[in-house]
Design a protein around this ligand. Structure first.
Ligand code: SAM
Length: 364
């Protein structure tokens, strides 16, 4: 059972998120006040672990969905505030300016539910970023799509996976074949139920910042007094290029176009292993530039078994190329329960097991 103070971490799912236990273990020896950095923060698991331990943290991710979810991990808002804000924002937009049309949208959401989603989308896009808005945004991203539950609605959509959104063609074919029509879901009620559960015991904040930026750029890294003592991170697994297209529906909610975006802008290059290693090396160099002397870096990494190089070889090459870190230890990620593996979502989608490793490096 998830302890109530850990529930915020699961506010929205994210493809290839790692379990909270990984950063919690790696940060357990950190001293109060030490800054933590994650240059590929995803949904902000590292930032949440840092918060639980009272450590300030920074997170960087170029995917807008990741950054929006990660932001909720460092702010504090209670359920009443989020529920109130949701009602306020819904009432503030009578007729949304933009309501996507077509078979996908008709089958994905009941018309009334879609109108409410569009109302919230429009008002949350206006750029007001109070903690309640940040939390509400992440909460709605978490319920935007997912499976139907027998015991009452858990998600706003017709039947869909929750970690990634099906592409329109495939989704429509799936719904049509099974005769699945979207149910009318009461958005404010579902938000209320989720907020009461997720925000039942929100831990104290420990400070920090999440940036939607490209970590290959030096300028993306905020400097902190004394530098970061700990880096805990997990780069995209080699060959994993679908972070943006797989999150197309959540990206739409955040303001993107209502069609699948296949652009790889801001993502590590997966065209050619050499390019990928070079990109990773740049990120390690950038981390080194803002790290404290003798900082430690903990990396979880994996690659598909069809890839001839092992994840260890790939990661070692990138660390050596950066010339700033020394490998201090490497081990199989060794997570005993199969269902807790970060790669499990790949296994479901691609039917293949992935080798995962954990590496520790020290600033040299
Ligand atoms: C394995 S996921 C991290 C998951 C994270 N540990 C969690 O628990 O949610 C890797 C992340 O790297 C991000 N990413 C890929 N290329 C990037 C880049 N150049 N700059 C910043 N983030 C990048 C992806 O968007 C993805 O969210």
């Amino acid at each position: 059972m998830t302890p109530p103070e850990h529930r915020l971490n699961a506010i929205a799912p994210y493809f290839t998120m790692y379990p909270l236990s990984f950063p919690l273990n790696e940060l357990s020896q950190a001293r109060p006040g030490e800054w933590v950095l994650d240059p590929f923060c995803g949904r902000g698991t590292t930032n949440f672990a840092a918060r639980l331990l009272g450590l300030p943290s920074a997170g960087i991710d170029s995917n807008p969905v990741a950054a929006a979810v990660a932001r909720s991990k460092i702010v504090r808002a209670d359920a009443d505030g989020v529920i109130r804000r949701c009602k306020e924002l819904l009432a503030s937009v009578r007729a949304p300016r933009e309501v996507p049309e077509g078979e996908f949208w008709e089958l994905a959401y009941h018309r009334e539910t879609l109108l409410d989603i569009c109302r919230l989308r429009e008002s949350l896009m206006s750029g007001i970023d109070e903690p309640e808005d940040i939390m509400l945004k992440a909460l709605v991203l978490g319920i935007l799509h997912g499976p139907r539950h027998k015991g009452g609605p858990g998600y706003l959509s017709n039947q869909m996976p929750r970690t990634y959104a099906t592409k329109p063609g495939g989704a429509v074919a799936f719904w049509r074949k099974r005769g699945l029509r979207p149910e009318r879901i009461n958005l404010p009620k579902l938000v209320e139920r989720r907020a009461r559960y997720t925000l039942a015991a929100v831990p104290e904040t420990a400070g920090g910042e999440i940036l939607q930026k490209d970590s290959r750029e030096k300028s993306s890294f905020p400097r902190v007094p004394g530098g970061y003592r700990r880096v805990v991170t997990s780069p995209p697994y080699w060959g994993m290029r679908s972070y943006i297209p797989d999150q197309w529906l959540r990206n739409w909610f955040l303001g993107a176009d209502h069609e699948v975006c296949y652009s790889q802008k801001g993502q590590l290059r997966h065209g050619g292993l050499g390019n990928f290693i070079e990109d990773l090396a740049r990120v390690w160099e950038n981390c080194a530039a803002v790290a404290a002397p003798e900082a430690r870096m903990h990396i979880r990494f994996g690659a598909l078994p069809s890839v001839p190089q092992s994840p260890e070889e790939i990661l070692r090459s990138s660390i050596e190329m950066s010339r700033r870190w020394r490998v201090a230890g490497i081990r199989a990620s060794g997570i005993p329960k199969k269902q807790r593996r970060q790669s499990n979502q790949f296994v479901k989608k691609m039917g293949k097991a992935i080798e995962e490793i954990d590496m520790e490096a020290v600033l040299s």
